[in-house]
Design a binder for this molecule. Structure first.
Ligand code: NAI
Ligand code: 15L
Length: 270
């Protein structure tokens, strides 16, 4: 059971990405040492940081990366639809390598950046919860299903706790009509990650990551034990967003399915 508000060494993967840059700054209070990693250069270590450049597909390198950490915020990986090979290496082999290292080095908890694209083929007119069957909308979404199921296996078999965050759309502002439902502000993202890192008895929990938006497709009541209460809302951006984005044709799948444009992305030729 986690009964603390600070880890000795917290590993953040994907530190060079959009969310990784935000979390690199904002997770510092929650660890004596924040180990930041990516396969791209993330610059020099700041105070209380360690920097490790590592490709998640490299098993031995991931083993060394995880060694000495007591928790992991796993935000590294391919974050959009792509060809199968890069998804396989970064998101499938990569997440396996991570959990094997986590098991070997006795890491207590993982926060896994999953995605709403695990359930992207539900309609926008439907409300789902964390037990609704997965309906991935892309190879990318499918790789996140693998990560969620892998983490479930590592909990059932080895007792390693994971909170899977099915993040909606976490960006500085709301960009389109779909994001009125999927928006997760950066402040709410950080609070969600904090809850996921420190909630006692998280076990294996799945939660959708969205701010307190009026349009809401996701029911998080089964994850209430995490204590996540979003403070922001897309509602204050609605007038601007609707004026800038005329409604889509009702037959356009982008406006029908929760995954939006992802349901039409690819396939990409190898
Ligand atoms: P991003 O693409 O900006 O960052 C991902 C980072 O992972 C990149 O810096 C990339 O270099 C790194 N990476 C990719 N493959 C790697 C590998 N094999 N080894 C090491 N590092 C590797 O993505 P973003 O937006 O920061 O998202 C972070 C995580 O959150 C991703 O896993 C994404 O799937 C997930 N997510 C993000 C959402 C959002 O709204 N930003 C929504 C849903 C999920
Ligand atoms: C995701 O999973 C992506 O990583 C992110 O870039 C956005 O496209 C987001 O989903 C979304 O659904 O808006």
């Amino acid at each position: 059971m986690i009964d603390q508000q600070k880890y000795s060494r917290l590993l953040l993967t994907g530190a060079g990405g959009g969310l990784g840059k935000v979390l690199r700054e904002r997770l510092l209070p929650y660890a004596n040492v924040l180990r930041v990693s990516d396969r791209i250069d993330v610059g020099p270590a700041n105070t209380a940081e360690e920097v490790v450049t590592c490709d998640l597909a490299d098993k031995d390198a991931v083993d060394q990366l995880v060694r000495g950490s007591d928790a992991v915020a796993h935000f590294g990986g391919i974050s959009l639809e792509d060809r199968f090979e890069p998804i396989l290496q970064s998101n499938i082999v990569g997440v396996f390598n991570l959990y094997e290292a986590v098991r070997k080095h006795g890491v207590k908890r993982v926060v896994f950046a999953s995605s709403n694209h695990v359930t992207g083929f539900y309609k926008q007119s439907e409300k789902i919860d964390v037990d609704s069957p997965m309906r991935p909308d892309t190879l990318y979404g499918l790789s996140k299903c693998f990560g969620e199921n892998l983490s479930r296996f590592y909990f059932d078999r080895y007792g390693i706790e994971t909170v899977c965050l099915r993040i909606g759309s976490s960006f500085p502002v709301v960009k389109d009509r779909r994001m009125l439902a999927t928006y997760l502000s950066y402040d709410d993202l950080v609070e969600l990650v904090r809850c996921a890192l420190f909630a006692p008895n998280a076990g294996h929990t799945v939660i959708f990551g969205a701010s307190d938006n009026s349009t809401m497709w996701w029911d998080n009541r089964k994850a209430a034990h995490l204590g996540f209460k979003p403070k922001d809302t897309s509602d204050v951006q609605r007038v601007r967003v609707e004026a800038a984005n005329p409604p889509l044709d009702p037959s356009n799948p982008v406006g029908i399915f929760q995954g939006g444009a992802f349901v039409c992305a690819g396939p990409f030729d190898d």
